[in-house]
Design a protein around this ligand. Sequence first.
Ligand SMILES: NC(=O)c1ccc[n+]([C@@H]2O[C@H](COP(=O)([O-])OP(=O)(O)OC[C@H]3O[C@@H](n4cnc5c(N)ncnc54)[C@H](O)[C@@H]3O)[C@@H](O)[C@H]2O)c1
Length: 326
Amino acid sequence: MTTLITGATGRVGRELVRSRQAMGESIRALVLPDDPGRADLEKAGVEIIVGSLTDKDAVAKAVADMDIIVHLAAVMLWEPGADQELFSQNIGGAFNLFDAVVSQGLKLKRFFIASSDEVYPSLKALYTPIDERHPQNPYSFYGLTKEVDERLAFFYHRAHGIPVTVARFALIARSEEITRPDGWSGRFLFVEPMRGLFNALGRPDAVAALDAADAGPGDTLLLALDPDGVPYEFHIVDVIDLIEGINLMLANPSAVAEVFNLSGPSPFSYRVAVETLHKALDLPFVEVRIPGPAIRISHEIAKAKSILGYKPVYDIQRIIAEATKT
Ligand SMILES: NC(=O)c1ccc[n+]([C@@H]2O[C@H](COP(=O)([O-])OP(=O)(O)OC[C@H]3O[C@@H](n4cnc5c(N)ncnc54)[C@H](O)[C@@H]3O)[C@@H](O)[C@H]2O)c1
């Protein structure tokens, strides 16, 4: 079996390459020319096609003769002015892949595409936990690119019979990233990056509450509470559980033409996350009642559990334990 993995040097791709190779698959990767992760892939015996998703010739070479395509590559940008890049790489990139598959007449066993919980209006959810039927209506342009990619996938399934599967990933934790304010998942648990987030969301009242909390210098954790003192809630997925979910989808014919949420075993309370990090790392924390709507993100993963047998095991305590073990 030969599999093209795009985004093979990324947070998810690196782990997926190892996992699929361990199953005996031959892996090809489409890798950007300046990607420092290329050498590791080469060392691991991955066939490399150098180029960008936006380059039709490189994409045509990358998909040629493949049995499976796992499309993970994307840019994740939220800053103003990034929409053009998001459009050309995320939407243009997915289109180039589907178009190449059709024009080469490939008979794929599967085309897996990574979507995101950003397709949902997570901070303004109509109900929680959010299941796959929740209206999409993303608030970020990045989320919109993922919604369009999903639509492309289902179009190519209907019109050309490509056996697509879509997974909506939650925010992904790689263990070491949760312990730092500049970490991909840690940034939601520390005062400084949360101040930046509230600024970006146009929430000066929330910023003022953090300013008044006297967080002190350095890395201070934020036990964020709503105006009634109820802790914020978040739902993330460890990369190990996520890889298990992707592998289950690739193995199961029932996953064709379906979309699945892939998230962790359950949402966590900021009280549990912050107190666990505080104990493990001896970092200070502040408890702050933040005016305005609280962050409460919670995903329903019953569909992946019942159809695929998905059983995530990394809850927040285990993610932190892995990140802080010596
Ligand atoms: N990280 C998360 O929390 C999260 C959450 C939901 C969904 N997702 C989605 O999961 C997928 C994987 O995320 P990740 O965290 O591993 O991302 P990452 O940023 O760690 O890696 C992205 C990969 O894509 C490659 N890439 C980017 N632009 C490219 C281009 N034009 N051509 C070729 N390669 C290109 C990069 O080189 C890298 O290998 C993405 O599609 C992302 O949108 C991620």
